[in-house]
Design a protein around this ligand. Sequence first.
Ligand SMILES: NC(=O)c1ccc[n+]([C@@H]2O[C@H](COP(=O)([O-])OP(=O)(O)OC[C@H]3O[C@@H](n4cnc5c(N)ncnc54)[C@H](OP(=O)(O)O)[C@@H]3O)[C@@H](O)[C@H]2O)c1
Length: 417
Amino acid sequence: MSNPSQDIIVFGATSFVGQILCQYLFDEFKLSSSLRWAMAGRSLDKLEQLRRSLGSGAENVSLVVANSADEAELRLMVAQARVVISTVGPYALYGELLIKVCAETGTDYCDLTGEAQWIRLMIERYEVSARLSGARIVNCCGFDSIPSDLGVFFLQQESLRRFGVPCTQINMRVRSMRGAISGGTAASLLNVIKEASENLQLRKELANPYSLCLSAQPVMNPGIKATVRQPNISSAQFDNKFKAWVAPFIMSGINTRIVHRSHFLNGYPYGLIFKYDEAVLTGRGWRGALLAFGTSIGLGVFVLASALKPLRIILQRFVLPKPGEGPTQIAQARGFFDLRFLGSTLSGENLQIKVTGDRDPGYGSTAKMLGQAAACLALEISPEMKAGGFWTPATIFGDSLIQRLKAKAGLRFELLP
Ligand SMILES: NC(=O)c1ccc[n+]([C@@H]2O[C@H](COP(=O)([O-])OP(=O)(O)OC[C@H]3O[C@@H](n4cnc5c(N)ncnc54)[C@H](OP(=O)(O)O)[C@@H]3O)[C@@H](O)[C@H]2O)c1
């Protein structure tokens, strides 16, 4: 690869989450030589407006105009970067050409997609080029799925240290969380449900916890595949381990797939019987039960409504945020998340950790996680350490990103007594 002028280019800088990310990069790195970064998008006017809003000194941030449907523009943009971050979503609609260009040109890439069916397609289509060119492609670098993927990684490190063996079962429970969704996230969610409602094969694929365990980086046991039936919390139930009621967690669909892909890429170090699930804790007693049933029913109604075209249009027009909209800065600052991971070894030892964030999960925290993931890729993970291909956050970043997130992104990874 030639010597690019930027370490990171943020493509989709003017998106709701892109703007928060650019402000974070500016506050964190300014325009220092330690990390050179630039902003890209399809509209020069909007990029200039965003640059003016960042604060004094930002006038020197470089701007690149590119449209996600224009391969020549994407190639020109990608040639200027070591790592491209994309926040142009829904990725299933706008993301493929950029992945293709990065995979072919050996440019590293991070994004925020949570669209498992699209990730599978991209791995099938571009992993060979990425391996050949040396491009490291890392999807899911936001709230889905960094806390889950790195939470499992962190817990397993602790388990090995304490017990000498990994946990064969981990249950992740959202203990508490405050945040809201943006127009881009709503559009991505509706697009997945729409595609699935029209395609039986896709519904089967989305129900398969191992759907992303394919065409791996070198696997230690080629040919061996985990097939153990995975737990799946799809309705309200009482959780005996946490002694509380739980409801389904909307992000578990992508998070569990990424955790299993990490396990697969590493050659199944936790054993072929490893089980992982996610749910939301709603509390004890009748209040907890009521909340668990209410959440389950609400989620079911939302999925059903999104699958039916007339109701989907009503949701888009009148209920959900529009593209570019999302939680206010105050709401982001008041937001937080607290995730608990309970691990059990085969011989019955237990270990609990928590992963917390100091901003709303989807935007304030996600922007910081994405920025630090890309910085980690640009500054710390050399091609000699990790070769080209489709990676997960835990398999490519591991402890390096945990340290960055703790030091610079308001996340904590803690072992509980
Ligand atoms: N994993 C997570 O935890 C997480 C968290 C937050 C968001 N997300 C995902 O991140 C994505 C962005 O969300 P958001 O709410 O920030 O979205 P948004 O505000 O709707 O922004 C979408 C962006 O895409 C750009 N765009 C659309 N078509 C384009 C084209 N043809 N060429 C170039 N740019 C184009 C838009 O450009 P303009 O600005 O010029 O209109 C805009 O910047 C979504 O897919 C969402 O699901 C994931």
